[in-house]
Design a protein around this ligand. Structure first.
Ligand code: PEP
Ligand code: MN
Length: 361
């Protein structure tokens, strides 16, 4: 097979590309599968790095746990033939050692590893003195401190090029997603790590193909730096995560459909218009705060009456009435039920805090 690309770009330069696209199978299964996926991905011209899982941390035993070290030469071969640098997940010191031995270009720490500081530390210690980029997935549970802790451990080991992967958070019960995106946590992580690469993993968020584009577009709208998406030559027969993988050609279609946005523009007219709209928003936010302040003052008064008459703070019927009213009004105003619930929950909790102070005062 002919190499598609011959001259190689230094990996740190590749990681600067925007949008950065990492793609490849959930798991390396056979040499042919890895190489075919790599060359088909490379020929789309839209993929920057090939991914594949060599060791698979599975939630339950009995499913495919990865091909192991045997798959590493396949990655080397795929890189040679496709010209794409390669990335794999590592979770132990031995895996780091093996990956480096086979010249893997980028390592990533998986969600099940990020939750465990012992494992992250083991990986970090194995990386000491090594110059390799490391991407860190968010932990499976929505705990920002664990994610930050993992970044700190890897940084302390001397790794200079660290990036973040947002792959969603597991939640109990069935939702639309395999892993709830909880976008606000990714946004907060970006705020706390300005300038650090942040890419989105729609595959593990969605767990299915049909909503990959929606989630990917959402991430790009939120100014993520790129995407990591699972791609397989025969998705239905993949040995792991079959439901969420797409063929390299389908992936190219998805990437073509995304409207790529940038954070900023130099157009003066745009900035002037934005400034006006932002001032309107600031003004409305000030008014909303004033109104909420007034609302709390009334809650204080109600608290006083309840105290004088020895009545409980929480009155479920009244609370249901408030919510029903808000849902009806909100719908007409184009406000989602989810937002109304969150907003009223927050206002209600603040109101209860105020009333509690009065009761105990
Ligand atoms: C993977 O990328 O294949 C993987 C196992 O992902 P996560 O760690 O996000 O579950
Ligand atoms: Mn997977």
């Amino acid at each position: 097979m002919q190499a598609i690309q011959t001259k190689s770009t230094p990996i740190n330069e590749t990681l600067e590309k925007r949008p950065l696209i990492i793609a490849g199978p959930c798991s390396a299964e056979t040499e042919e599968q890895v190489i075919q996926t790599a060359t088909r991905l490379a020929s789309s011209g839209k993929v920057d790095i090939l991914r594949a899982g060599i060791w698979k941390p599975r939630t339950r035993p009995g499913s495919f746990e990865g091909i192991g070290t045997k798959g590493l030469p396949w990655m080397q071969q795929a890189k040679k033939l496709s010209g794409l640098p390669v990335a794999i997940e590592v979770a132990t010191a031995k895996q780091v050692e093996d990956a480096l031995h086979f010249d893997i270009d980028v390592l990533w720490v998986g969600a099940r590893t990020t939750v465990n500081p012992f494992s992250v530390q083991e990986v970090a210690d194995a990386l000491r003195g090594v110059d390799v980029p490391v991407l860190i997935k968010n932990p499976i549970n929505p705990d920002l401190e664990l994610w930050i802790g993992a970044v700190e451990r890897i940084a302390k080991a001397g790794i200079k090029n660290i990036g973040l992967i947002h792959r969603g958070f597991s939640s109990y019960g069935n939702t639309e997603y395999r892993n709830a995106p909880m976008w606000h946590l990714a946004i907060e992580m970006k705020r706390r790590n300005p300038g650090m690469l942040l890419i989105n993993d729609p595959s593990h968020i969605c767990g299915r193909r049909d909503i990959l584009l929606d989630v990917a577009q959402h991430a790009i709208n939120l100014d993520f730096d790129g995407l990591i998406i699972e791609s397989h030559i025969d998705p239905d027969n993949a040995w792991s995560d079959a439901k969420q993988q797409v063929t390299p050609e389908k992936l190219a279609e998805i990437l073509n459909s995304i409207i790529w946005r940038k954070e900023d523009t130099t157009s003066e007219e745009f900035h002037a218009d934005m400034e006006k709209l932002r001032q309107q928003i600031n003004h409305l936010d000030d008014e909303l705060m004033q109104l909420i302040g007034q609302r709390m003052k009334i809650a204080d008064k109600i608290g006083q009456y309840k105290k004088d008459n020895s009545i409980t703070i929480l009155q479920t019927n009244r609370w249901n009435e408030i919510l029903d009213r808000a849902f009806r009004k909100g719908e007409k105003l184009g406000l989602s039920k989810e937002f109304i619930t969150k907003y009223f929950d927050a206002v209600h909790m603040e109101s209860i805090t105020h009333q509690n102070k009065i009761m105990n005062g």
